[in-house]
Design a protein around this ligand. Sequence first.
Ligand SMILES: Cc1cc2nc3c(=O)[nH]c(=O)nc-3n(C[C@H](O)[C@H](O)[C@H](O)COP(=O)(O)OP(=O)(O)OC[C@H]3O[C@@H](n4cnc5c(N)ncnc54)[C@H](O)[C@@H]3O)c2cc1C
Length: 407
Amino acid sequence: MTKFDLGIIGGGPAGYTAAFHARTKGMSVVLFEKDKIGGVCLNRGCIPTKAILHSAELYEEMKCAADLGISCEGISVDYEKVVERKDKIVEKLRKSLELSLKNSGVKTINAEAKIIDENTISANGEIFECEKIITATGSTPRGLKNLNFDHEFILSSDDILNLKKLPKSIVIIGSGAIGTEWARIFSAFDVEVSIVEIAEHLLPLADIEVSKRLERIFKAKKVKMYLSNGVEKIEDKKVYLSSGEILEPELVLLAVGRKPAVQSCGLALGDACGKIQLAHFAIKQAAAEISGIEFDENLVPSVVYGCPEIAWAGVREQDLEEGTYKKATLLISALGKSHCDNCSDGFIKILSRDGKIIGAHIVSKEASSLIQQIIIAMQNGIAIEDLKKVCFAHPTYSEGIFECLFK
Ligand SMILES: Cc1cc2nc3c(=O)[nH]c(=O)nc-3n(C[C@H](O)[C@H](O)[C@H](O)COP(=O)(O)OP(=O)(O)OC[C@H]3O[C@@H](n4cnc5c(N)ncnc54)[C@H](O)[C@@H]3O)c2cc1C
């Protein structure tokens, strides 16, 4: 039997962050990972999708390069290479993470672990005695009651990462961040994309104006949207919608959420705890648990990548009672930089009460960075009048926040 101060099951963002923090505090740590270090985030989520998305965005930009005075004729996509590049990035980052864990003195065991009781873990036929146990076992793609993955025609977000060639057409069921990002990737690569969403609007968790703007952007890109529509069944490669329409795509991506992978005891962190399923939430939770670095769970940014990016934090306008808040909106086209970048679609919307920001919703290039500036102000209760005194560089997207404050 081997003894450790901390036993961690799962080597994703929650698990490895907890491990690093515990080692900094001088604890002995054993980390179990049954698959690949880095978890979903590094191997099947955040990183691989953004790597493919970057290729898609570059291709999309090159299609209109002539408008920018650049001639590039005969451009084409070698999708196998796109996927190969993604694999290389993932492998490089994983090796570096494995090395960091080793160098910081974390004992890593590549095996499925099982909790026996609150201080005992078994793995590889060995018993590990741990003062404390954390389960950071993540989550897995969820099917629907009447619909599951067959991994050939109906694909999960894991399956879709390893396509060898682009389909001619795809139906994406679910328009959360995962469905939306893949819709952006495929439509940039000229795949015929249809999105089926049971809610009235795309991105149902977003502010209503953000959802509507995304619908406008998708319409311009000829992405077909079937809103307020469920999938009744899929038979013989036909997708039957509740509206009566029948779609016949080459592939289906089922992206309707993820279910937490739970173990009977141990403290659950990250996706496994069933709260917010985002890598940065998992990381902050782990840091809070081990090092006591507090954070506000109501101020976790949501980001949807692609062009333009979408990001938000705090309350949504549709959840507020009329007359209880102030609203300021700035169109991104008002910013000089957006025209220089050929990316002037979008807006910054700031909701405030009693002179302080309570919510922000952004559709813009660099929205993922802009939202951080607003979160810093929100978390520290900085008054709008004080934010107005900050000097923002010109020309930038940040100055959009500044200008919005004067609206
Ligand atoms: C397509 C996609 C795109 C995403 N994009 C983003 C994004 O852009 N930004 C963002 O913030 N989030 C994104 N996410 C979500 C993000 O990946 C997760 O929130 C994050 O990975 C959760 O971290 P975690 O450590 O809780 O779990 P995971 O990363 O899921 O790690 C859990 C690990 O535990 C291991 N494990 C499970 N059971 C056992 C066991 N019994 N023994 C040993 N090991 C075990 C698993 O193999 C896994 O490696 C995305 C997810 C997907 C699917």
